[in-house]
Structure formats: structure tokens, C-alpha cells
Design a protein around this ligand. Sequence first.
Ligand code: ZN
Length: 299
Amino acid sequence: MLEFEQRFATEEACFEYLFELRWPEGFRCSRCGHREAWARKRGIYRCTRCRFETHVTAGTIFQDTRKPLRLWFRAIWHLTSQKYGANALGLQRVLDLGSYRTAWMWLHKLRRAMVRPGRNRLSGTVQVDEIYMGGEKPGKRGRGAAGKALVVVMVEVKEGKIGRIRLRRVPDASGPSLEGAVKDGVEPGSTVQTDGWEGYGRLPELGYVHEVVRKESALGKNLLPKVNRVVALLKRWLLGTYQGGIHLSHLNYYLDEYTFRFNRRTSRSRGKLFYRLVEQAVAIGPVPGHDIRGRSASL
Ligand SMILES: [Zn+2]
């Protein structure tokens, strides 16, 4: 923590950190492509050829923020240094933010940075099963799920152990929905283990080796073992960090945060997680507030 405070004691230090992440091979003008710039004050760089001025936060999730970057960095540090994540109230307290709303918005923005576009898909042997989130009892598949969220859980199995995971919300347990989730999350050619649900029947046609490892197909119970383990941990995390108080319309982002943390659970260094999150915050574009408030947008 002390090391962190020293490293990012000033706004300039934060700007420089972003500069390195944004232009690892040196400045590049976003208008003319020129490689030289004058550093002006407060994170602004002016192209020496066309004079175009770029702020180092432009096109990142920090764009147009009125708060100091130091505060953002502290938020990211807080978020990545907590083993089980952070909720808005905790963040508000730690940063001494005047508004709960700001803390809540920041967490949502940062959560979006926890997914990397074009990230690698799972490969090798992958167990796939679905669960309902929202405390509902297990039921028949294929029916509508009003007030419930169906989540496809994909778990890599490596030498009998759990590798990386992917979590993906789907509208229903139909073939097209499940196939979409698997195509998104698993590399073709991989071995996909499922139960006997017919929704997975077309996987071989999509280039997967399909193994039915359990005949029965009642939804939400008798999960495949690795999936079951991941679901238990996920539920515990949601309860512990958010007291279960999450809105289903935001579920995708919580699933992303969980995936981000889970897939990096063995990296000992918190600093690395911090670096990764700032890097991705730079890589994804700005997240306008109305994007977050617009609930249907996240579905
Ligand atoms: Zn230029």
C-alpha cells in the first residue's frame, strides 16, 4: 500500500503510467500518425506535426473524468487488492467519496474493463452446464425463465483440476443459445463434456468433440463436478461481496468480474492484477453513464 502511494503520489505519475500503457512504442498522433509530441501540462500531448492535442485519457474509460486520476488508481488498487472484490459502499468509504452513486458508477465502469475483447477461448477438455441464478428452484429446461437468469458455466479441466472459466448468460436453454455460448467461450476442436440435454446435440457439427458424461438432464441440479465447484464458489462470492444484493440486469458484469478474478486466482502479485486492470481500462473505450443506467443494454 505504501509502495503504491509513493508510486502514484502525483497526477503526473498517473499520466505517465497511462502513457506507457497507451503508447508502449512511443506516442502516435491519432490524427496524422506522427510519432513525436510535446508534453503539455496535465496529461495533454501536442503532435509536433499537425498540432493536434490528445489527452492521455482520451478514448479510455478515464476520458472526461472530473476526478483526479490518483483517485481512480486508488479505486483500482482497492478493487484488485481485495481478495473477494469490493462493493460500492466499501469503495466510497476508502476513497472518502462524497457520493455513493460515484462509487457505484466507478465500480461498474471498472467491471467492464475486466473483460478483454477478443480474449482467448477455453481449450482442451471443457465441462459445460447451466444454472439458474436468482434463487429459483431447479426446473425443466427449455421453458421461459421469467425473473431468473440462465447462466452457462464453462470450466476447463486440466489434469483433473480446474483451469480457466467462462460464464455466459443466455436467454434460454435452446440449442442456438447454448451453441452461441460455447462458440464464444470454447475453441473448436476442444472436447466439450455435457449432460444428455438435447440442446448440446449439435456440438459435433460445430467442430467440437462432444462427450455426454451424464445421461440425465434436469436443469440446475446434478451439475457436472467441476461446474458444481465453480458455481458454489461463485455463489459464495456474490453473497460475501454483494450480500446477494445484485440486480439481475447487471449480472453479466458481476460474472465478468468473477471470471477476471477467478482466472487470475493463482497470480500471487496484486500489482500484476492492478497493472492488468489499468491496461484493460485503457484498451476499452469510454463507458458513458447512460450505458450503465440503461438496463436493457446489459442484457
Ligand atoms: Zn498529428
